[in-house]
Design a protein around this ligand. Structure first.
Ligand SMILES: N[C@@H](CCC(=O)N[C@@H](CS)C(=O)NCC(=O)O)C(=O)O
Length: 224
């Protein structure tokens, strides 16, 4: 009997749906072999058979199950592997924790998670993901030093309420590319590889934030 799990896929086939990860963990615990099928958030034709538009979707033989909790229950009730819940009260407790997470934690985590998601999907998927967030790429001239660049990015982040910055830059006199990652005003950086022969020594930083960012102001501040 074939089992398939449909889940969201982003750039470089990164599977980023947190609810699908729940289903994956349940499948792994139950030791159920499963084919993982990628779905683009902008093209849900692959899950049209489920008559709704959310992942995860589990296809288990002729049965179609949607919703990560219902998938867990389906696996528990239909597959012999190790128990997910242990006993009826374990099942009730797991359901309580799952709904607490869905109602209390997930809504608060969404701004952080969406900033990350926007950085691993293309523009078409990004436009479908969330009207409340936006992302754009800013080209950078060579920086005088990593410290000067990071200080500038931190100022822009704080002044404009940017949620996330991610990309690389060229530093004057340095043969290596500087990789930059910022979550809020906390930045990390490292040199990752030499600039290739013929490659333009220009930086590209993805800026992610809530919709309504002052794109021109941010570009001017970062490029100035
Ligand atoms: N309660 C559902 C939530 C499913 C859900 O919201 N899935 C998201 C991915 S994490 C989704 O399909 N988003 C695509 C969209 O809304 O278009 C579950 O636990 O499976």
């Amino acid at each position: 009997m074939s089992v398939r799990l449909y889940e969201l896929s982003g750039l470089e086939d990164r599977r980023y749906s947190l609810f699908s990860w729940r289903a994956r963990l349940a499948l792994a615990h139950k030791q159920v072999e499963c084919e993982l099928v990628p779905v683009r958030v902008s093209d849900k034709a692959a899950i049209a058979f489920s008559k709704q538009d959310k992942v995860p979707v589990l296809r288990d033989g002729d049965e179609v199950v949607v919703d990560s909790w219902r998938i867990a229950e389906h696996l528990e009730d239909n597959h012999p592997g190790p128990s997910l819940f242990g006993c009826p009260s374990g099942r009730a407790l797991a359901q309580f924790v799952a709904s607490f997470v869905d109602r209390q934690l997930v809504p608060k985590l969404v701004p952080i998670l969406m900033a990350e998601v926007m950085s691993i999907v293309d523009a078409v998927d990004g436009a479908h993901e969330h009207d409340d967030f936006q992302s754009f790429v800013v080209s950078l001239p060579e920086a005088d030093s990593p410290e000067v660049l990071l200080a500038c990015l931190q100022r822009v982040t704080e002044a404009h309420g940017v949620l996330r910055m991610k990309g690389f830059a060229a530093v004057r006199g340095k043969p290596m590319r500087l990789v930059v990652q910022g979550v809020g005003a906390r930045f990390r950086h490292h040199f990752d590889r030499p600039w290739a022969a013929g490659e333009a020594r220009a930086g590209r930083i993805v800026v992610i934030g809530e919709a309504g960012l002052d794109r021109r102001g941010i570009e001017a501040a970062m490029q100035g």
